[in-house]
Design a protein around this ligand. Sequence first.
Ligand SMILES: *Cc1c(COP(=O)(O)O)cnc(C)c1O
Length: 401
Amino acid sequence: MKLNDNFRKMQSNYLFYTVRVKTNEYLEKHPGAEVIRLGIGDVTLPLVPAVIDAMHSAVSDMGSAATFKGYGEDFGYSFLRRAIIEQDYKPLGVDLALEEVFINDGAKSDTGNFAELFDRDNVVAVCDPVYPVYVDSNAMAGRAGDFDGERWSKLLYMPCVASNGFIPEPPKEHADIIYLCFPNNPTGAHIGYDELKAWVNYALREGSVILYDAAYCAFIEGDMPRSIYEIDGAKRCAVEFRSYSKTAGFTGVRCGFTVVPNDLVFDGQSLRTMWARRQTTKFNEASYISQRGAAAIYTPEGSKQAMESIAYYKNNAKTLREGLQALGFEVYGGVHSPYVWLATPNGMTSWEFFDALLDRAQVVGTPGSGFGPCGEGYFRLTSFGTLENSLRALERIKANF
Ligand SMILES: *Cc1c(COP(=O)(O)O)cnc(C)c1O
């Protein structure tokens, strides 16, 4: 028996592990220290009442023969897929057919699995810094080449830096598979209509596919694209992933969806048909209870309550962003996103700033370099904590930096 040797090439996922180890070491040396954790990428507010009610009633359905649900409908219950089509897409002027929407157990699975449809010999383009799932899943599939400690030899890295507003331009080179994530994790940047249009035009010209991760779309403000399908031609080149994790606190419930339009045809093959084939073979749907919970977000009450949670996190983000700006930090993100991305002061590396912040202010964040080489010199703070802790963190940073 031979192992998949690609796993040997992969570094252990040391970013959040090292953050945890360093935090615990600090706490051992300083018992009783009150550490404020602004490094987490997980939500903290509970599920809203409308979702809880819907899930309770779904549990009751499961307890009676007349309403019991076993295996669900293929690709997800139509009550949820119809709500998505009517309420997430129709208001944007985007028409989708029922079969183009696939319910899943969260966006991580599908963003990690989708490239299974593509040959190993494709050029993959990723942002730098980047959400690690896109890179690691391609590395596992043998599509990334070899890792030199910083970069994979076969990936096309697109630097996202202050000079381009953290929005990558389409490369001069050809790329086959392009991962874009907007609003972005970790930089918090969001892409505008013109820039997104440039990407769609590039993909149509080059015959590439864009895998568009919109996990944070609920945080978008003002006249900005909510979906890549707002751009003409995107249905012929883009798959879109969404999740209820960050928009409605579903990180522990598990539910999201992927849109694979019928117009996505490469080499005479429909990606939708291929994805349907793949999902029926390897996936059996999110639970009925999760899908009932998700559907509750589309009721007037549920949507209002979910928006209140988003507003709470957005206010934390604004507080952190404006507070750090007032202290003279160079700050990005935090507007269309729960993430605030700051340049480390005095030329510190990301990890030097991590240590200094923990040591002097007892605040934990995430070093930008952990998301890719271009993240060096940057630092991510999240708004998923409480307002009180966001304010306390600011006071401590003010007193110590
Ligand atoms: C959190 C996150 C997801 C969503 O993950 P789930 O599996 O839906 O919980 C997807 N993409 C990005 C960039 C994320 O940060």
